[in-house]
Write a protein that binds this ligand. Structure first.
Ligand code: BTN
Length: 225
């Protein structure tokens, strides 16, 4: 397993895409990103030296990755790693955000690269202020050495892939239980009550007397956001 440490990159996912054919397994880490990317066209604020910005190149084909909920698996791996460094109270907002004290402290962006899969993970460690419009962003507020945290996350991802023991924990860490959320269906905004998860960790939402299973997309918690 190779750890490649860069200075400033556009995005560690982009840097990983340039080298994913070269290594069976590797992790790309950077001190800063100028174009950190997230799901649904979001950007990920990545200032110099105050976060972990990493992309783990997995030895797994995109086809095999579709058979497991990889993004939730990574979210559980991040929670376990942060707890190993003493951070208490981390939760998960479906599907890919890790929250602490009501703020998003980590985002995950899984992408494919040829016959491999890249798990892009950003954790705000000591970032103190965020650009306007990122009102829900926060920091762990603990100066965990990024490479140490990266190694722990990689180990946790590998273990969870072997043991497949993350689904119950994902559900128990969800911060959405009992919440009312807003989601978009065919371009129409709908409101509903979160009523659980299915076996593939799709979010079950009760709305208009029916249960919808959401597999992707952006949701908003309307009763706290
Ligand atoms: C999201 O908020 O939707 C996901 C954010 C993912 C950010 C990480 S930081 C490391 C890697 N490189 C990127 O450009 N994105 C991911």
């Amino acid at each position: 397993m190779k750890y490649l440490i860069y200075g400033t990159v556009t995005s560690t996912n982009d840097a990983a895409k340039e080298i994913c054919g070269k290594y069976r397994r590797a992790a790309v880490l950077a001190r800063a990103q100028t174009n950190g990317r997230g799901r649904c066209g979001r950007s990920f604020y990545s200032p110099e030296g105050s976060g972990l910005y990493m992309s783990y190149i997995l030895d797994m084909s995109p086809e095999d990755a579709l058979k497991i909920p990889l993004t939730p698996l990574c979210a559980v791996a991040v929670c376990r790693a942060l707890e190993a460094f003493g951070v208490r109270g981390v939760g998960i907002k479906w599907v890919n955000d890790v929250y602490l004290r009501g703020k998003k402290v980590c985002g995950i962006l899984v992408e494919s690269c040829g016959d491999k899969v890249i798990c892009g993970i950003g954790v705000n460690l000591t970032t103190e202020s965020f650009p306007e419009g990122l009102g829900n962003a926060g920091s762990v507020s603990l100066a965990i050495p990024p490479k140490k945290l990266a190694k722990r996350i990689v180990r946790n991802i590998d273990r969870a892939l072997k043991r497949r023991d993350f689904k119950e924990e994902y559900i128990s860490r969800s911060i959405l239980s009992g919440r009312t959320i807003e989601f978009s269906e065919n371009g129409v905004m709908k409101k509903g009550a979160v009523c659980g998860f299915d076996g593939d960790l799709r979010l079950l939402v009760c709305t208009d007397g029916e249960t919808r299973a959401l597999s992707s997309g952006e949701i908003h918690i309307t009763d706290i956001e």
